[in-house]
Design a protein around this ligand. Structure first.
Ligand code: SF4
Length: 113
């Protein structure tokens, strides 16, 4: 398929110790769940928030946009606390700061699956 939507994923740095992001990759590349509106997507980058309190997620999101992402998704570890039920306490602030930095033309999804 030509012109796949380019996706950047931001995940919780702490969850990195217990999750390699397999399901995020699967749902994005197959166009499922959070990506159902976009069809099969191309992942241009998969980064962490940089650790609490998540400030480093802002320049990292910009970096993903520079690499062509038109949709940025927070991995489900951030707002949903997947897989251990520990939601990021900084999620809303991080989401707002990133959206402000990347502008409204870039979609910022709050979950992946
Ligand atoms: S700021 Fe949130 S997403 Fe980032 S490491 Fe801390 S708990 Fe995880």
């Amino acid at each position: 398929m030509e012109g796949k939507v380019k996706i950047g994923i931001i995940r919780c740095q702490q969850t990195e110790d217990m999750c390699p992001g397999t399901t995020c990759f699967k749902v994005a590349t197959k166009g499922k769940l959070a990506f159902a509106d976009y069809g099969e997507c191309e992942i241009v980058g998969f980064v962490t928030c940089g650790g609490c309190p998540g400030k480093r997620a802002v320049p990292r999101a910009k970096m993903l946009v520079d690499r062509g992402a038109t949709v940025i998704a927070f991995a489900s570890c951030i707002f949903k606390g997947t897989p251990i039920g520990f939601v990021c306490p900084n999620a809303t602030q991080m989401h707002e700061a990133i959206q402000k930095a990347i502008g409204d033309e870039i979609v910022l999804l709050g979950y992946t699956h």
